[in-house]
Design a protein around this ligand. Structure first.
Ligand code: TXA
Ligand code: MG
Length: 329
């Protein structure tokens, strides 16, 4: 890494959106809110900017990035849509869905951004600030979550600052991100496959496709004959404090990540408690997940006890992130 940068933080408005586009065009790195989590953007067509992005995150270069574009037409310049992919794009874009598709011959996204694959991940975000930046910049923007590689994804500008200050040029502060977990990733190469559960529930996708989706994270029995999301390493999205999942009984002094109205046994002895959703609402729980993990991580407890979260709707993505956060490192 070269000398530390001065990282400017600007509230989202017309002037800061224009500044974001200017910094991107100059090969700089700009963090901005999307509906899922904050992304760290770089000009997707500028190999040097993409290389700086990998360095700023400490991200392994074999882990490809998602190209963010303003609409389906812009996505079609980068990727080939088969009929099912087109159906999903029409149903869910803009929104928290990423499609992994074959790259087009005229795709100008830097090879480094796709890790040399002949496929590309594309998405059209549904956040006014992200959309205004994409429109003002006029080119695809690669944007991984704006955290240090392996750390918890940021849902607030302060999270980005905590991880990346001095390593990036600009943070556009657009308040907390509404969805709170990353986009759902579907590979649409032949049959659609779920690569990462996320902000769009599987059932919504299955309803549009009128078929069940196979789920192929690396390490699953089907993973060998399916395309991978190479970034789906087991230990990912991780706080520093160890996590204990599906806890019914809290040990004294543990931090507690609660869910629902009914307290876990021993909850009164917790060092600090945060509830993902006291009314057991999975949408609210997803929005709170990463922020609560960061806060409890800073509490200085020996472990974070996590109450069970139902595995339906956004619960699939929440449980996926919790399992990864709890994986041994
Ligand atoms: O919600 C989101 O998707 C956020 C916001 C900022 O848009 N972005 C995000 O990016 O989560 P990132 O880089 O943290 O995760 C991208 C995932 C990685 O697991 C990567 O391996 C996978 O997408 N991916 C990218 N290109 C791929 C490809 N061609 N084939 C398979 N997986 C791919
Ligand atoms: Mg990430």
């Amino acid at each position: 890494m070269t000398a530390p940068l001065v990282t400017h933080v600007l509230k989202a408005d017309a002037a800061s959106v224009a500044e974001a586009a200017r910094v991107l065009a100059a090969g700089g790195l700009v963090a901005f809110p999307t509906e899922t989590v904050y992304g760290l953007g770089a000009d997707a067509t500028d190999g040097r900017a993409v290389a700086r992005l990998y360095a700023a995150k400490g991200r392994p270069a074999f882990n490809p990035l998602i190209a963010h574009v303003v609409d389906l037409k812009a996505a079609q310049a980068l990727a080939r849509f088969n009929p099912k992919a087109a159906r999903l794009a029409k149903a869910f874009w803009p929104g928290p869905l990423t499609l992994v598709l074959p790259k087009t011959a005229r795709c100008r996204v830097a090879d480094l951004a796709t890790a040399g694959l002949d496929t590309i991940a594309v998405r059209v975000p549904d956040h006014v600030v992200a959309r205004e930046i994409l429109a003002a910049f006029g080119k695809p923007v690669v944007a991984p979550s704006a955290n240090r590689s392996g750390h918890v994804s940021p849902t607030r500008a302060e999270h980005v600052q905590a991880d990346l200050a001095g390593r990036i040029d600009l943070i556009i502060d657009g308040n907390a991100t509404p969805v709170g977990v990353e986009s759902t990733i579907i590979a649409c190469l032949e049959e659609p496959v779920l690569l990462r559960p996320g902000g769009l529930p599987r059932t919504a996708i299955e309803a549009v496709l009128e078929q069940k989706l196979a789920y192929s994270p690396p390490g699953s029995p089907r993973a060998e004959d399916a395309p991978l999301a190479p970034g789906m390493l087991a230990a990912h999205y991780a706080p520093h404090t160890p996590l204990r999942l599906d806890v019914g009984q809290v040990d004294p002094g543990e931090a507690l990540l609660a869910f629902g109205r009914k307290p876990a046994q021993g909850a009164a002895g917790a060092l600090k408690t945060l509830n993902l959703s006291a009314r057991a609402d999975l949408i609210e729980a997803a929005a709170n997940l990463f922020s609560h993990l960061r806060t409890l991580d800073a509490a200085g407890a020996p472990a974070i006890a996590v109450m069970p979260v139902p595995h339906e709707g956004l619960g699939e993505a929440i449980n996926d992130r919790l399992r990864r956060a709890a994986a041994p490192r």
